[in-house]
Design a protein around this ligand. Structure first.
Ligand SMILES: [Zn+2]
Ligand SMILES: [Zn+2]
Length: 106
């Protein structure tokens, strides 16, 4: 079972296209390992725009969570309130080892 590195949902196996697909955010990954498609939304852009948080990274709390990229089990985390219809809070994680950033809805 593979999980989406963007939203954490279980990926669906598409045998015909030989790819994994996320039913939640549209993330796709080929079985050979390359990313086929990533839906570009204003929300995903926010992952890149974390300058404010980045400056404070050293004082950020760390949690024990497995990095989907390198398997390291420690990551910084912080919350961002998204101004959407539901005003949900998005939890961000950044791997302390490789710097990979991903998010999770709470
Ligand atoms: Zn996803
Ligand atoms: Zn990592």
């Amino acid at each position: 079972m593979k999980f989406c590195p963007k939203c954490g949902s279980a990926l669906i196996v598409d045998r015909k296209e030989r790819a994994y697909r996320c039913p939640r955010c549209g993330y796709e990954e080929s079985m050979e390992g390359g990313i086929l498609y990533q839906r570009s939304t204003p929300e995903t852009d926010k992952i890149v725009v974390v300058g404010e948080e980045e400056r404070n990274l050293r004082t950020m709390p760390q949690v024990t969570i497995e990095c989907p990229k390198c398997g390291n089990n420690k990551a910084y985390w912080w919350m961002v309130q998204t101004r959407g219809i539901d005003e949900s809070t998005t939890q961000f994680y950044r791997c302390t080892k490789c710097g990979y950033t991903w998010r999770e809805y709470t």
